[in-house]
Design a protein around this ligand. Sequence first.
Ligand code: BGC
Length: 765
Amino acid sequence: MRWDWLPLVAVACLAPFLQAQAHSTHLDDSIIEHRVSQLLSQMTLEEKIAQTVHFADSSTGPGSPHADYREQTAQGHVGSFENITGAAETNALQKLAIEKSRLHIPLVFALDVIHGYRTIFPVPLAMASTWDTALVEQASRVAAKEATREGIRWTFSPMVDIARDARWGRMVEGAGEDPYLGSAMAVAYVRGYQGARLSDSQSMLACAKHFVAYGAAEAGRDYNTVDISERSLRQIYLPPFHAAVESGAGSVMSAFNTLNGVPATANPFTLTHILRQEWKFPGAVISDYGSVREMIAHGVAVDGKTAARKAILAGLDVDLESNIYSRYLAELVRSGEVPEAAVEQAARRMLRVKFALGLFDHPYTPEPSTPVKPGLDSAHVELARTIAERSFVLLKNGDSEAGSPLPLAPGVRTVALIGPLADSASDMMGPWRARGDAADVVTLRTALTSRVQQAGGQVIYAKGTEILTAEDKGFAEAVAAAKRSDVVLMALGEDALWMSAEAASRAHLGLPGNQQQLLEAVTAAGKPVVLIVFSGRPLSLTWAAAHVAAILQAWFPGVQAGPALVRTLFGDVNPSGKLTVSMPRDVGQEPLHYDELNTGRPSDGIDLMRPPHNDKEKYHSRYVDEPNTPLFPFGYGLSYTKFTYSSLELSASQLSASGLNRNAQQPLHVSTTVRNAGSRAGDEIAELYVRLRGTSIALPVRQLEGFRKVALAPGESKRVEFTIGHDELAFWNIDMQDVVEPASVTVWIGPSSAEGKSADFVIAE
Ligand code: BGC
């Protein structure tokens, strides 16, 4: 892209997500800028540095780095805190900042509010599986309302890292493998957290993290090296950040990893060139936890002082718990190694954020005059249930011979419920549960027992095994339960805290511990088995896909796990979620993503299910011992009904590259009719994919460029139309310009990345 085109192109690219209603964050307000400048003119160097200091640990016990945090606050040495919650607690500290510090600058309190604060929603990977940005925005709004009541005005969310390697535990925190979907979700979170105005007392500052390419860690090992081309960076990893920034996200968190050798914490190319110069980001950049100090371990700084110098000069504004800015910045300015202007710039950005949040005018959180009602708000709980129901992905539902085991018959007599996740309230909340409480969770066991008993049936529960153990003494009871039942529900999967999110990389992607053996033993009992998988990543379920009757991917569904599952299993709701990550057959396929390049030796037309038997088949881009294809592809998910797509209609057969680049040409329209050909109402997510050929660089075999969710009654049809113009067709070309080139184009609309009706058109000069 030519950078003089950026403002136009950037807004155009994001147009589908930003829609009509402009959301103002007030970060670029001239009155705020004036107030910030006035304040800065009164500030000493030390007071400016204080705005770059963030304490995460505010314990007072032995070994705490900030045992004296109250005194530090009163003296005006700290700008922000995290992990302190509650109106009374935050107000008490705020009072010290406002009343005791010389310039009365308010603090801002942060927390990792990732998928709910008190009401815990499904994990972000599950929320993305709804493909429903309106629901995600609603959930984030609820999270903001609940958190701001307790003094939190800054959340370290959304995580917008694209993740294509299921070994990486943090895949659970994001929207999956695709930049288009990831950008749409990023905008939804920012809108929900920040609301229409950041100064609203119920709005929370969003923080797009982790900048950038953290998800591309080599071998899926957390914190590991990232080495990718600038094109991949711009085409895959940057778009969701750009979308977040364009939608007004007021802060960004830098990542732990090195990017092409340079730690993201002190990377001038990403922090200054891209974020500030190209994107004109006015907000604050905070480091990840302790990552300024980690520059020593990375080997780019021999001591804290060098780390501080490199980070501030690269454009990192706030030091999260390395305690290095507070220690060295003053010295660095006095010795002339860092210009005071760099510190002032960082302080300015943080103050801008505090003014935009309205903290100078309203620093305190209203404390309730009467005790707060215990428990959760019922509307929030209902939203949590709705989102969970729409996040489940039905991967398999019987076969043509045996029929479909789901939905369960309303009068089913005896249900065996087996597995370590069937009654684990804590695991249902997933990782990062803010101030969620396991006591609020309704498990599958509780909800199922109540439903089946009401209908006069019975549930036989047997845990069978623990999540991670070799001990199999519970197997016999589980097999016996299966034998006595009409249908078996198996609740298997990962430990939410140990096996998913940060520092939870896995080298194996099967069911953990001896759960696979339990599954095989129970399946051998001969009853129909419905496998419900709880996990923060796609597991490799190859055996299950071949042997059990049905599979429902449930992720970690949040407080309403049980009711949402039971309503889905009995068909009160029809599953509509679709995968936003490719499910591998085996860990050896990772990293795995649908938008791969074709290679010069594609495997088209070769039966990948059998070994190659001649050279013509062998010398292709393939494994000799596993098909290339995923077990279940990106975008895939079944329903209890059946949808059909009609042939595509294109409004034109040719576009002009130069016309599109000048924004002088009308886009093309492509449409299809989606029909519910079954006997139940259902929602279908129609996905638009594009492939370009004849371009200056090789482009993916398919790229998602749009999606729509359509609700259809039995027999009903709806027309679905997409627009294809500059944004859908531009890419970073051989000269690193983001442009449309002449090409042959294939476009698909369909139910997944591996299916759909297609049509072709041409982009002429
Ligand atoms: C994580 C961040 C999180 C931060 C909070 C870090 O360990 O990587 O995602 O926001 O902790 O302090």
